[in-house]
Design a binder for this molecule. Structure first.
Ligand SMILES: [Fe+2]
Length: 292
């Protein structure tokens, strides 16, 4: 059986749901490949849902979640899309996390937010696969989120597709909003991105690409990703920590999976938005059928 790759997707602004882009095409391509390889389901961590408390992680267990409204996107793009919460796998993941020392709990009232369903709609426009939505922890400890990744990583052996959705450079305070607010043009780049954004974006790419490959020391990706939070430009690139946790989660998955990183990592697509937000899409590993 082909083992699935692992994705770190930068979901960008809400308009990434409604507007066409290289990232949107790549998400669809990744979804098509996942369906062609008969994934059992999706396990996803986003950037907009955090659980409060020491070691607390929530798992979405609402059987009929609503979707929160998506600003600057026509409702026809998402209102009728049916989410497919995987409560059986959710229960399993709660058990796996608790066995690993987390305070994991089911959340039966949580409604889903665009950080996750934007990606699901783009990847799987024909219908949502069974999906388990796992929260962040509100203390935004990068090592804790890497550990969450390492716990759920074994589900990959059962053909679950694991996705983290956050951002490589995602600081709403640094974005230039005028072109979007006035002209609905989220991709306008009247001036180049700031130097700090360019620098940090390159560092994220370097960490992903250079810490995946044959013979690279186990744990290198987690070390590199968590250390990026000490990068001199980190706080310029991320005004808050929420959109970086999914990268740490993905790194934890990768480092826990024997051989996954041997096939390397690709930067599958990238779109700059709102001048200073960089939406980089990374995939670690390949479906066997894709191997050269
Ligand atoms: Fe977001």
């Amino acid at each position: 059986m082909a083992l699935p790759p692992v994705h770190f997707f930068s979901h960008g602004s809400t308009m990434m749901l409604g507007e066409e882009s290289a990232s949107a095409n790549y998400w669809k391509q990744c979804g098509d490949e996942a369906l062609a390889n008969n994934i059992k389901g999706v396990v996803i961590m986003g950037a907009h849902w955090d659980a409060r408390g020491t070691n607390r992680i929530d798992v979405a267990m609402n059987p009929t979640p609503e979707k929160s409204p998506v600003a600057y996107v026509h409702p026809s793009k998402y209102v009728d899309y049916k989410l497919n919460p995987d409560l059986i796998t959710g229960k399993r993941i709660i058990g796996m996390l608790n066995d690993a020392g987390f305070d994991a709990r089911g959340n039966e009232t949580f409604d889903w937010i665009h950080d996750t369903f934007l990606i699901l709609i783009r990847m799987f426009p024909g219908g949502c696969p069974p999906t388990t939505n796992v929260s962040m922890n509100a203390r935004f400890d990068p090592h804790l989120h890497a550990k969450v990744g390492s716990v759920v990583a074994k589900l990959r052996e059962e053909n679950y597709l694991i996705i983290g959705t956050g951002g490589s450079v995602h600081n709403l305070y640094r974005n230039h909003w005028w072109q979007m607010l006035r002209y609905s043009d989220n991709f306008a780049m009247p001036v180049p991105p700031g130097a700090a954004m360019l620098e940090f974006r390159q560092s994220v790419e370097d960490v992903f690409i250079r810490n995946c490959g044959a013979g690279i020391k186990k744990g290198a990706l987690v070390n590199g990703m968590t250390r990026l939070m000490k990068h001199p430009q980190y706080r310029d690139a991320h005004g808050s920590d929420d959109h970086f946790m999914a990268a740490c989660f993905v790194a934890g998955v990768v480092d826990a999976c024997e051989g996954l990183a041997d096939n390397g990592c690709v930067l599958g697509a990238e779109d700059w938005e709102l001048v200073n937000m960089c939406n980089s899409q990374f995939t670690v590993g390949k479906w066997v059928s894709q191997k050269a």
